[in-house]
Design a protein around this ligand. Structure first.
Ligand SMILES: *[C@@H]1O[C@H](CO)[C@@H](O)[C@H](O)[C@H]1NC(C)=O
Ligand SMILES: *[C@@H]1O[C@H](CO)[C@@H](O)[C@H](O)[C@H]1NC(C)=O
Ligand SMILES: *[C@@H]1O[C@H](CO)[C@@H](O)[C@H](O)[C@H]1NC(C)=O
Ligand SMILES: *[C@@H]1O[C@H](CO)[C@@H](O)[C@H](O)[C@H]1NC(C)=O
Length: 423
């Protein structure tokens, strides 16, 4: 990644934030999303270097060619039984992975999403064989050293998660999980987990501290067995996963948080779903990621997190929250003022579709869409010695700030991710 690439939070003050390694889920269960070419600059604007898809959408994979963004592509649960046949797996890998390499940096294939928590034994029974077939196909095509094979689990595969050191897998799933862990370990592939402190809060708003789930200042909890102090629920959940893995002998398996996020809107009974809380959750999370912090039990492991999600997805079934996890609305404006870096601007000179008014971004909080950057001494952009790169996005002019004057626009590091399944 380019070391001089800085992103800025426009919070009134400008906080420099070196965005280390943010991933984003790029789900597309919607009929109103921008075309993938228009998503490329948005991904870059949030500083994402990795993207997770729920499929292997050719339009997306083509649009992100030569961007440096790393991809996890998905193979949906509905394909698992078919993929247990090595010939099918090989055909799939050829036409959905191999043909995009190396221009599009596909680094992993997530076979199935949250399969084990459907309690569908025939589906679960296909999971490992499908992963093995896909891996064998990669070996045959000599791609196994660059593309790993994994699967994303729900945190509900845990039977216990509190205190974190007691983390353990559901008893009835251990027989199924152990061989998957063996596979991941032997193929040097990561363990993926989807974790939503939102659900814990929603289920129990009286008992769960909102500050604890939103990464806000709070007293936190101490794990009595390790004496480690936890001031947020996500880290407690991640360490519970590490404990569960260690209890089966897989202490060294790398863990990635393949989904986490917070909805900006929900039904009446979905306590906590609001733009203010979503902004706190995702804003604080991005800050933590940028600080390259590990969890209390694994302070030296980078957080490897994919935020859910890029866009609100209007066709997702389920409660209202399901359609409102996006950082962006389908028109490319922020769902709430997260203060993203380096994006701006409604331009006075944009396309014929007209420029959006600054008020279209809402009145709460900072917005990434600023007034035209006509003048660096404006209150918004007091970074006069900086270089700005302009590019257009759906009729708006976006502004990218790059630290060093004279530096090329170089986003060799962005990645998005998507998600298809309901949780
Ligand atoms: C699956 O089974 C577990 C353990 O029996 C249970 O707690 C859970 O609610 C079930 N999940 C679904 C989606 O049926
Ligand atoms: C707007 O863009 C057009 C074409 O790119 C250019 O000719 C014109 O000078 C611009 N106007 C302003 C005010 O920048
Ligand atoms: C920028 O704005 C300030 C105050 O609004 C003004 O004094 C200054 O001349 C402007 N500079 C440029 C380059 O337009
Ligand atoms: C971006 O970086 C890569 C690798 O460092 C380099 O090859 C490429 O020319 C750069 N692109 C721009 C536009 O600076």
């Amino acid at each position: 990644m380019e070391n001089s690439r800085l992103a800025f939070l426009f919070t009134g003050l400008i906080l420099p934030l070196l965005v280390a390694s943010v991933g984003i889920n790029y789900g597309q269960i919607a009929n109103n999303l921008p075309s993938p070419e228009h998503v490329v600059p948005l991904v870059k604007a949030i500083g994402a270097t990795r993207v997770k898809l729920y499929d292997a959408d050719p339009k997306v994979l083509k649009a992100f060619a030569n961007t440096g963004v790393e991809f996890i592509v998905g193979l949906g649960n509905e394909y698992l039984s078919k993929m247990t046949d090595p010939a099918n797996a090989q055909a799939w890998v050829k036409s959905n992975v191999q043909c995009y390499l190396p221009a599009t940096k596909i680094v992993s294939i997530a076979v199935g999403n949250e399969v084990l928590t459907f309690n569908d034994t025939s589906l679960s029974g296909c999971l490992l064989p499908a992963m093995q077939s896909v891996h064998t196909a990669l070996v045959n095509l000599k791609l196994d050293s660059q593309v790993t094979v994994t699967t994303a689990h729900s945190v509900a595969i845990l039977q216990s998660s509190y205190p974190p050191s007691t983390g353990a897998f559901r008893q009835d799933l251990k027989g199924c999980i152990a061989p998957i862990l063996d596979f991941l370990s032997k193929t040097c592939s990561p363990f993926l987990i989807n974790a939503y402190p939102f659900f814990a809060y929603k289920a129990n708003p009286k008992q769960v501290s909102l500050d604890f789930v939103l990464f806000q200042p709070n007293a936190g909890i101490v794990d009595p067995r390790t004496n480690l102090h936890y001031d947020n629920m996500l880290f407690a959940q991640i360490d519970a996963v590490y404990a569960a893995l260690a209890s089966l002998g897989y202490k060294k398996l790398p863990v990635q948080i393949s989904e986490t996020g917070w909805p900006s809107k929900g039904d009446e009974d979905e306590i906590g779903a609001s733009p203010e809380n979503a902004k706190k959750y995702n804003g604080n999370l991005l800050k933590l990621i940028s600080q390259k912090k590990g969890t209390p039990a694994r302070p030296n492991s980078d957080l490897n997190i994919f935020v859910f999600a890029m866009f609100n997805e209007n066709m997702k079934p389920g409660p209202t929250s399901e359609r409102n996890y996006g950082l962006f609305k389908p028109d490319g404006t922020p769902a709430y003022g997260l203060g993203f870096s380096g994006i701006a601007v409604s331009s006075g000179n944009s396309s014929s579709t007209g420029s959006p008014s600054p008020s279209s971004t809402g009145t709460n909080g900072p917005s990434i869409y600023l007034s035209p950057p006509a003048n660096s001494s404006s209150g918004y952009l007091a970074i006069s010695s900086s270089t700005y790169f302009l590019y257009t996005f759906t009729g708006k002019v976006c502004l990218e700030h790059v630290g060093n004057v004279g530096h090329g626009v170089n986003f060799s590091g962005s990645v998005l991710r998507g998600r298809d399944n309901i949780m």
